[in-house]
Ligand binder design. Sequence first.
Ligand code: GDP
Ligand code: ZN
Length: 370
Amino acid sequence: MTSGSASTVSTTTHSALAPYGWDEAWAAEFAPYAAEGLLPGRVLRVDRGQCDVLTAEGVLRADTAFVTPHDPMRVVCTGDWAVVEPGGNPRYVRTYLPRRTAFVRSTSSKRSEGQILAANVDHAIVAVSLAVELDLGRVERFLALAWESGAQPVVVLTKADLVPDPVTLAHLVEDVETTAPGVPVLTVSALDGDGLDVLTATVADGTAVLLGQSGAGKSTLANALVGEDVMDVKAARDVDGKGRHTTTTRNLLALPGGGVLIDTPGLRGVGLFDAESGVGQVFAEIEDLARDCRFQDCAHSGEPGCAVLAAIDDGALPQRRLDSYRKLIRENQRIVAKTDARVRAEIRKDWKRRGAEGKAAMEAKRGRWT
Ligand code: GDP
Ligand code: ZN
C-alpha cells in the first residue's frame, strides 16, 4: 500500500474480515477493486437474488443481479468473497473473488446444471456416529464429495462416549484410517467434551463445513464449536418466520476458537454428487494399482495382466475396497446420467468407445495368445 488512506482502509478491512477468513492472498486478489473504492465482504447467506455480506461497514444486504444470473454455477453463494459497490440503494455485488474451493450439487431433481452450495471451504468435517455400526462405504462417499470440492477432509467419529473400551475405539479409528488414506481421523464426545479441543484446533485456520448422515451429531458439533445453541436458535427462527428466513440467520459463523463454520440446509442434506475425481482420491491405492494393469482401460474384471486383481489375490487389496470403488463409480454415473442428458450422451459414447476398444483388445489377445 502506498497512499495513507488506502492503508487505513486496508487495516480496518483486515481487522473486520480476518475472523471471517480474510488473508493476504484475498487482499492481493482484491487489490484492483480496492483501487476503485469497492468493498470486500464475505457472503453469510443468499436468498432470492440477495445476500447478506459481512463487510468492514457491518452486514450489508446486497443485490446479486449483476453476477451472471443465468449460470447457476456462477451465482453468489455462502462463503464467497463478494466485491460490493461502495454506495447506492440497493447495494450491488459486482462480482466475487475466484473461488479456492466449491461444494457443488449437480444432481438436484430436475436441473441439469450444477448448484453451488458453499465456496472457499478449507476443511470438510465428515461426522460419523459411533452409536451405530461403521458404514465404511458411506464414509467413502462423503470423502469423495469432500475431495471433489477441493477441501481437506477430516473424519470425526462422534459419540465416542458410547465406545468406552479404548481397544475397540482404536480398532474403529484404524478401520476408518485404512479407508481414508491421507485423512486425519479424530474421535470426539460432545457429551463429556473429549476431543473437542483437537477439533477446535483443526478448524481454527480456515473455513469448515460439517457433512454426514442425519443423526451423526453435526448440530451437536456445530453447537460445541460455536459455543451456543445456534443451530436450535436457527431452527426456531425458521419456524417463527413461517418458513421464511430472517435476516439475522447466518449460514456462516466466525468461531470463538478461530476459523469459520458454514452450515447451510443444502449442505446438510448432501448425498453423492458427481464426485468422479474425488472417487479417485478416496481410492488412490486402486488407481495406483490400475496404472500397472496391462490394458489402459482395464475394468479389473478378469482381464489378463490386471494389477488390481493380482493385489486382491495376494491380499494387498481387500475385495471390499474394489467392490465399493465400483459401486461408487456406477452410482455416480447413474445419478449424473439421470439429470444430465449431455453427460448421458457422453457416457453412451464412452461405452461405445470402450466396446470398440474391448473388441480390439480381444482381437489383439486372440492374436497374441491363440
Ligand atoms: P445431526 O442430525 O447430524 O445434526 O445430529 P445431532 O447433532 O442432532 O445428534 C443426533 C443425536 O445424537 C442427538 O440425540 C444427540 O443428542 C446425540 N449426540 C450427539 N453427540 C453426542 C455425543 O457426543 N454423545 C452421545 N452419547 N450422544 C450424542
Ligand atoms: Zn485391471
